[in-house]
Design a protein around this ligand. Structure first.
Ligand code: PLP
Length: 398
């Protein structure tokens, strides 16, 4: 026997498994809608022009690669705060936000989870049912008990808001509530501004800790619009957490650029919180990498590049919306009787199609159309060339 004889094989990541199955499928007409990535109309992963410009500047500057500070590039952290809370917001100008650069949005969640575990070791973490697959495992691995609050209502094709708010109102003080700030993954259904007000009120009256996961800012309605929910938590005077990801909004998946911001009641609180976040980082990976954050900081702080980014981001957002409208219209034209109007009500990259496991499996096996068994498809992987085949396949299994 070796040290590792008793090590069990861990279960495969279900979405990566789907990708492997897709790659092995000889069907020339196959379409991969299982991924969580934005592709352009040619089915390609975009490299944004603003990113290329910033990279040229960085190469020309030929800067040496020393260690970054533990909390990352200062200009980057400031830019993240500006995007999340608004550059002119009182909370930022008063120094009440502690922001650190993180290894993607996942890294931001993990730093926040590790810090929360020290603060509030016995808290339960509530995630939405369903949620991004990694939320549960990430908070469990940080040592928390993870439960869910109701979110998706399959019969209604929408959010079970009564169930959600009842769960929050019934949660014990200190419970950590993970909320998708916009573009809910996997369902595509967001709650309304009035419903957010009720969530904020429940968090406040029950003394809960909100952890907003903002992985898709700019993919729903716009940068400001998608960030509007943050203002509500600030206005209520709450201490809360926000993780940021630039993986999708800059198409910088592999550079691992994200952040964590903690909104505090005072500058003094923020200073002490920051010192603790730095310990979490220091003992995990010491300090973050330079390249991706340098690109994002350059783009966000250079007016011409910033304008270019906002335009390119709007381009991605608009294309997704066009695909939603086209999918809805074409399904109707193909004779699908079921009301599909929910497709254009959903936001962001994903759509819960309402298709059953059996239907999703038939789509894969008979037509080479790969979505997740839950019925989730990535609308951002549809394009003008593959949409008709996808619609025809869905019509056949409906
Ligand atoms: N949170 C949600 C809801 C996501 O959908 C994702 C990515 O798919 C992440 C976090 C992770 O983002 P990143 O790839 O930047 O770590």
């Amino acid at each position: 026997t070796s040290l590792f004889t008793a090590v069990e094989m861990a279960p495969r990541d279900p979405i990566l498994g789907l990708n492997e199955q897709f790659n092995a499928d000889p069907n020339p007409a196959k379409v991969n809608l299982g991924v969580g990535v934005y592709f352009d109309d040619n089915g390609k992963l975009p490299l944004l022009k603003c990113v290329q410009e910033a990279e040229k500047q960085l190469v020309d500057a030929a800067k040496p690669r020393g260690y970054l500070p533990i909390d990352g590039i200062a200009a980057y952290d400031k830019a993240v705060q500006g995007l999340v809370f608004g550059t002119d917001s009182a909370i930022v100008s008063e120094g009440r936000v502690a922001t650190v650069q993180a290894v993607g949005g996942t890294g931001g969640l993990k730093i926040g989870a590790d810090f929360l575990k020290r603060l509030n070791p016995n808290a339960t973490v509530l995630i939405s049912d369903p949620s991004w697959e990694n939320h549960r495992a990430l908070f469990q691995n940080a040592g928390f008990k993870v439960d869910t609050y109701p979110y998706y209502d399959a019969a209604k094709r929408g959010v079970n808001f009564d169930g959600m708010i009842a769960a929050l109102n019934g949660a014990p003080a200190g419970t950590v509530v993970v909320l998708h700030a916009c573009c809910h993954n996997p369902t595509g259904y967001d709650i309304t501004p009035a419903q957010w007000d009720q969530v904020v009120a429940a968090v406040k009256s029950r003394n809960l800790v909100a952890f907003l996961d903002m992985a898709y800012q700019g993919f729903g309605e716009g940068i400001k619009e998608d960030g509007a929910v943050i203002e509500k938590f600030v206005a209520a005077g709450l201490d809360f957490f926000v993780s940021t990801s630039f993986s999708k909004s800059f198409s910088l998946y592999g550079e691992r650029v994200g952040g964590l911001s903690v909104a505090c009641a005072s500058k003094d609180d923020a200073t002490r919180v920051l010192s603790q976040l730095k310990i979490v980082i220091r003992t995990n990976y010491s300090n973050p990498p330079t390249h991706g954050a340098q690109i994002v900081a350059t783009v966000l702080t250079t007016p011409a590049l910033r304008a270019m980014w906002e335009e390119e981001l709007a381009g991605m957002r608009v294309r997704i919306k066009q695909m939603r409208t086209a999918l809805q219209d074409k399904l109707k034209a193909a004779g699908v009787k079921q009301d599909m109007s929910f497709i254009t009500l959903q936001k962001g990259m994903f759509s819960y199609t309402g298709l059953s496991v059996e239907q999703m499996q038939r789509l894969r096996g008979e037509f080479g159309v790969y979505g997740v068994d839950s019925g989730r498809i990535c609308v951002a992987a549809l394009n003008s060339k593959n949409i008709d085949a996808v619609v025809a396949a869905i019509a056949k299994v409906s």
